[in-house]
Ligand binder design. Structure first.
Ligand code: ADP
Ligand code: NA
Length: 346
């Protein structure tokens, strides 16, 4: 179609962004800033309402929201090209969520995997299993409905996310189908853009995805880590007892994860399997040194800019960026809500 592209994506302020967030999401957001289309609009939200589906301390959440925004700026997101804002600054997200809740099926939601993994339950757990209903809060269960509203309220055409989010994007499209069937063709179905790399795994448990919520700080590399911290974490990464390099995510998750990380930053664009072939005769120690060097170089400058952005104008710069982003996001979301309210009779 000829309609201008609208990009939407989000990140939780549950900690500083890590290499997984960078590879799966932020790297794509940066690329999309180079879109030559002058009319392309970009919305990147620090999703604080999603963050409170797990327990947060108010003071800490407030601080982490500002840090997340500073980290995004430090990677190169430009507030003149991308609206950066806190989800709770735009009430239309929650208003549309309620409306979508009235057409969303609990059966569909119960089959989704995120609430299960967040509660540490196996993927085949059902709502009927003992104790589940007592520990499962409504907000965690309906997380995908809020995520759908985030996307649909901006009439996003493209949503750049890590591959762990595919299921949620399918649900968002299901919401569009249901809404449009009931009220007319007003919501727009978004396309997923996933990054070329596989999801990045924990350095300590390479069968689990790298996550901010992991309490073991050696499991993730933060994009604001010092070169020394990065090297220490890479050198301590769990691999296996075969002292050679090969790419086999099933049999060699730790080594393969290191190759996935290396490929993010490879200047000649080699994929992990190609990198493994080129490193055939090298030791795992050599591989780790190469990975540490590549990550340190690839993230260079982010830490310094992060500190500068946080302190700029005694912190008021961040607040100004957020206020500007929220203003643009509210304006865009209100256009959608006017149509939605009209269609429903609200
Ligand atoms: P987290 O799971 O660390 O809390 P978020 O939920 O804030 O991260 O996700 C923000 C973005 O980062 C999403 O697009 C998600 O797909 C992506 N992402 C998160 N973890 C990873 C990972 N380990 N590998 C690749 N992408 C990831
Ligand atoms: Na996530």
């Amino acid at each position: 179609s000829t309609a201008p592209r609208v990009i939407f994506s989000g990140i939780q302020p549950t900690g500083t962004p890590h290499l997984g967030n960078f590879a799966g999401a932020i790297r794509q957001w940066l690329n999309l800033q180079h879109d030559p289309d002058e009319k392309c609009r970009r919305f990147f939200s620090v999703v604080d309402l999603h963050a409170i589906t797990s327990p947060q301390h108010g003071q800490q959440l407030r601080q982490r929201k500002r840090e997340t925004l500073a980290a995004l700026l430090a990677t190169g997101l430009d507030p003149s090209k991308s609206a950066l804002f806190y989800q709770s600054s735009v009430p239309a997200h929650t208003e549309l969520m309620w409306i979508l809740s009235c057409i969303a099926s609990t059966g569909y939601l119960s089959r989704m995997t995120q609430w299960k993994s967040k509660l540490g339950l196996s993927p085949d757990t059902t709502l009927q299993d003992g104790g589940v209903k007592a520990s499962l809060k409504l907000g965690l269960f309906s997380y995908p409905v809020l995520q759908a509203a985030d996307i649909l309220v901006h009439r996003a055409t493209h949503v750049p996310v890590g591959d762990d989010q595919r299921q949620h994007l399918e649900f968002a499209r299901e919401c569009v189908t249901n809404f449009n069937h009931a009220y007319g063709p007003h919501l727009r179905s978004p396309q997923t853009i996933t990054s070329s790399s596989r999801r990045i795994m924990s350095l300590q448990q390479p069968t689990k995805k790298m996550s901010k919520s992991d309490v073991d700080s050696k499991s993730h590399i933060l994009i604001t880590d010092t070169p020394e911290e990065i090297r220490r974490k890479v050198m301590a990464a769990l691999t296996d007892s075969v002292n050679s390099v090969s790419y086999d995510p099933e049999a060699r998750p730790g080594v393969s994860n290191l190759l996935d990380i290396l490929s993010i930053f490879d200047s000649s664009g080699r994929d992990p399997a190609q990198l493994a072939e080129d490193l055939l005769n090298r030791s795992l120690m050599d591989l780790k040194q190469l990975v540490a060097d590549a990550v340190i170089t690839g993230l260079q400058g982010i830490r310094e800019r992060f500190i500068d952005f946080l302190s700029a104008d005694e912190g008021r710069y961040i607040d100004w960026v957020e206020a500007e982003g929220a203003r643009k996001a509210r304006e865009n979301a209100e256009e959608t809500m006017a149509i939605v309210r009209q269609a429903i009779g609200l």
